[in-house]
Ligand binder design. Structure first.
Ligand code: HEC
Length: 211
């Protein structure tokens, strides 16, 4: 029985030794259980920590400035309204930014992106009856509610950019131009929902068997 207490005490010491130092930081290089004998100069090499000093460069800094003329990765969008959908913080744009040309090409692009990224939840018609509804995602609203018909284009753009509660952001999947294309397509879906026979151009009425 005495040994049991001793073993228990030892176990406690071992546990504290193993777990007690989690999260402790050290400036020493990590200990290597299997030292790299083949390329030790690659495993153990000098480095600069962020914002440290360097005698090597004339300005004494290890951080190097961005070279003149370097081009940022990704699509630079200079126009703030086009990039945010807002004319001022919290003020959503009504209509589309000047840089967006609404034509058949834009709507085709919007339909293509919508069907990939939005249709699974919002449905092909924008009525919120996407496939995810059958798997329990019941909260997807219909675009054909008045609130969404009245919603400024910039606010829909903003929802695509930042998401809204259970809906995630699509900023990493859709460029600003693609987001505007999707907004235009959402508007087209809303318009289609309210369409009537009078919207069919006269030239096509006969094709459809309409008077
Ligand atoms: C994974 C499912 C899902 C996908 C995909 C999705 N949404 Fe949503 N969306 C939702 C849900 C759920 C809500 C309701 C959020 C809430 O609780 O207000 C919503 C809300 C919205 C709203 C209304 C926001 C508001 O102010 O009430 C808009 C507009 C919208 N989505 C547009 C889009 C567009 C455009 C896409 C494609 C780029 C998209 N959604 C993709 C699930 C989704």
């Amino acid at each position: 029985m005495r040994y049991a207490y001793i073993i228990l005490a030892l176990l406690c010491v071992v546990l504290v030794t193993l777990l007690g130092f989690r999260g402790a930081t050290s400036t020493n290089p990590p200990r290597q259980v299997f030292p790299d004998d083949v390329f030790p100069q690659m495993t153990n090499q000098d480095k600069y920590l962020p914002q440290s000093a360097s005698p090597f460069f004339a300005d004494g800094r290890s951080d190097r400035p961005v070279p003149a003329g370097a081009v940022a990765r990704g699509t630079p969008v200079d126009d703030d309204i086009l990039a945010t959908g807002q004319t001022a913080p919290g003020q959503f744009l009504h209509g589309f930014p000047a840089g967006i040309v609404i034509d058949a090409g834009l709507l085709a692009r919007g339909r293509n992106r919508y069907n990939i990224y939005c249709q699974p939840c919002h449905g092909a018609l924008g009525d919120g009856n996407g496939i995810t509804k059958h798997y329990g995602m019941g909260a997807t609203p219909s675009y054909h509610d008045d609130r969404f018909r009245q919603m400024p284009e910039g606010e829909i753009f903003n929802t695509i950019t930042h998401g809204k509660s259970t809906m995630l952001s699509y900023a990493d999947k859709l460029t600003p131009h693609d987001r505007w294309a999707v907004v235009a397509y959402v508007r087209a879906l809303q318009r289609a929902e309210q369409g009537s026979v009078n919207d069919v151009p006269a030239a096509h009425k006969t094709d459809l068997g309409l008077k």
